[in-house]
Design a protein around this ligand. Structure first.
Ligand SMILES: [Zn+2]
Length: 246
């Protein structure tokens, strides 16, 4: 399984400034290719990194906030060559299609299949298997994921809740850390939350990404190094374009 960070920016200020890219994650297993959370500029990042979007097998949206789905429509068109070659599956929470939809009506017939994600449910796309977490406490309908039966866990945007570590338990754990310091009024993870999750899961490797402005200003690589020192577990800060073999 190979994961590429098409962007590491999180939340509205970092995305608006584009200090970091906001293209989400790209996952490959065998011959199966999945575009995940294509935020604003994802189509640019895929082109820049020479990933042929017309060979994608699917697009997965964790939730309908703009930094996770800003480019979903153009990625659907890219995957299906403008709709002339229907292919692939779009996986997303139902509110991305139903209430205040982010997927345009005119291109909903371009993917071969639209799948409304359900909590704690398993899915298969070619060689990629994944399972959703229970619904995250976060504004929109949001799910985290475990891929490959515990190989890779993805803690996308969420407020901290009891059980968040168990719901994403995996050998390699990706954690969205928008906040440097905890702000209980905001449904986002801070660095102390990430530390609790890492201590509980004890992954082989934890990777921080989706940095908000406060984490960016604190230098994510230094934040990750300090976390590694405190926990004794390997912790990295993702960089735009970084790839991980899982
Ligand atoms: Zn969000």
């Amino acid at each position: 399984m190979k994961l590429t960070f098409m962007g590491t920016a999180g939340a509205r200020f970092m995305v608006a400034k584009q200090f970091l890219a906001s293209g989400g994650l790209f996952l490959e297993e065998g011959g199966t290719r999945l575009c995940m959370d294509p935020g604003p500029g994802a189509v640019v990042q895929y082109a820049k990194r020479k990933v042929d979007a017309s060979r994608l097998d699917g697009i997965l949206i964790s939730h309908r906030h703009l930094d996770h789905c800003g480019d979903v429509n153009v990625m659907i068109e890219a995957m299906t060559e403008g709709g002339f070659r229907p292919r692939g599956t779009l996986f997303c929470p139902s509110d991305a299609l139903d209430s205040d939809p982010v997927v345009l009506q005119y291109l909903r017939g371009f993917p071969r299949e639209l799948v409304r994600l359900e909590p704690a449910t398993g899915y298969q796309l070619g060689e990629i298997s994944f399972r959703t977490s229970p619904r995250h406490p976060h504004g929109a309908e949001t799910y985290g994921f475990i891929f490959g039966d515990g190989k890779l866990g993805w803690v996308t945007d969420s407020g901290y809740y009891e059980g968040i570590a168990e719901d994403h338990r995996a050998e390699v754990l990706i954690i969205h850390t928008v906040l440097m310091d905890c702000r209980p009024e905001l449904p986002h993870l801070c660095i102390a939350d990430a530390e609790r999750i890492i201590r509980e899961v004890k992954p082989r490797l934890a990777v921080l990404t989706h940095f908000g402005m406060t984490v960016w200003r604190a230098h994510p690589w230094e934040v990750a190094e300090a976390l590694a020192q405190r926990t004794g577990i390997e912790v990295k800060a993702a960089r735009d374009g970084m790839t991980l073999e899982v």
